[in-house]
Write a protein that binds this ligand. Structure first.
Ligand code: GDP
Length: 303
């Protein structure tokens, strides 16, 4: 249900264009595929992903001997799901936890993408599933970031470990680990700074934070989740490249899908960056976060 509502902008735009296309052409031909290509590109699916998809579609249409465009619609959604999964399994979308003891998840991403909000939402989700959660306010750089995380902590009812603004993020994360251990928490969610103006500083800061985590808990961080804003298209793609260079990103959280008609970016991230989308943000409320499910997503586009 959340999917249907959150994707309404993309769905309205996407399915109405597809329906217009089907009505316009009736018979499957080269022009039909060309127009379809444009629709997919305008939904931010990404050029190389679209090319791959069109090739697959053409083969499938030939194989099944499909002549009418209205029959192609179903094949499109099948192929969209296929292309999302690629050679990997559904396992990839699941979060990784420590075999025993504390699980540490690091959240990275530039300011304004919805990182703090996402940490609040994930804390809420984990708490609801019975896990004890602690937050570490590792964004000591952005004004108000610590207070904002504290407000989420209060709303969700989880402890927030913090230090003063401007203090060393790695030491805040260290304190967070000690606190989480002594409270016998299950999961520590770590916020980090998101300034991208100085790439070298960012990389140094992230690697220092990671070193501290690795030293304190072998095998951690169990997840490094990169938060990206779905409304920013190409920018999100280049941020993903920058952060992947700086640190070992294990998955994506794609926020603000409710605010864009270009939800196709989910497929593009998966197919071009080979990173699983672990969560999608579908609104501003605590409950507006869903674990990603390609099937539900693609069917949400056509429903
Ligand atoms: P940060 O700077 O990355 O920590 O970003 P914030 O968490 O402060 O979020 C920036 C803005 O985006 C806030 O107004 C949030 O309410 C909003 N936001 C975050 N996630 C979503 C989402 O999934 N959908 C919508 N519509 N807004 C979101």
């Amino acid at each position: 249900e959340n999917y249907k509502e959150g994707l309404s902008k993309t769905r309205t735009s996407f399915s109405s264009k597809i329906n217009d296309l089907v009505a316009k052409y009736r018979k499957v031909d080269e022009d039909f595929f060309e127009d379809l290509e444009e629709i997919l590109i305008s939904a931010d699916v990404g050029v190389s992903t679209v090319m791959e998809l069109i090739d697959e579609l053409k083969m499938e249409v030939k194989r099944r001997n499909i002549k009418e465009t209205k029959e192609v619609k179903e094949v499109i959604s099948e192929k969209l799901v296929d292309i999302y999964y690629g050679e990997d399994s559904e396992e990839l979308e699941k979060l990784t936890y420590a075999d025993q003891g504390l699980t540490v998840m690091l959240f990275v991403g530039v300011n304004g993408v919805g990182k703090t909000t996402t940490i609040g939402k994930v804390a809420h989700k984990l708490k609801q599933s019975g896990k004890k959660v602690v937050l570490a306010a590792g964004d000591t750089f952005r004004a108000g970031a610590i207070e904002q995380l504290e407000a989420w902590g209060e709303r969700v009812g989880v402890e927030v470990v913090k230090n003063n603004a401007g203090s060393d993020p790695a030491s805040v994360i260290f304190d967070g680990i000690q606190a989480a251990k002594s409270r016998q928490a299950d999961v520590l969610l770590c916020d980090t700074a998101g300034r991208l103006q100085n790439k070298v500083n960012l990389m140094n800061e992230l690697s220092k934070v990671k070193r501290v985590i690795e030293r304190e808990i072998p095998g951690a961080p169990h997840e490094v989740l990169l938060v990206l804003d779905a409304t920013t298209g190409q920018n999100a793609m280049s941020q993903a490249k920058t952060f992947s260079d700086a640190t070992n990103v294990t998955g994506i959280v794609l926020t603000k899908l409710d605010g864009t008609a270009k939800g196709g970016i989910v497929l593009r991230i998966r197919n071009e960056l080979h990173l699983p989308v672990k969560f999608v943000g579908l609104g501003e409320k605590l409950s507006d976060l869903e674990t990603f499910n390609a099937q539900a997503f693609v069917y949400g586009l056509f429903a």
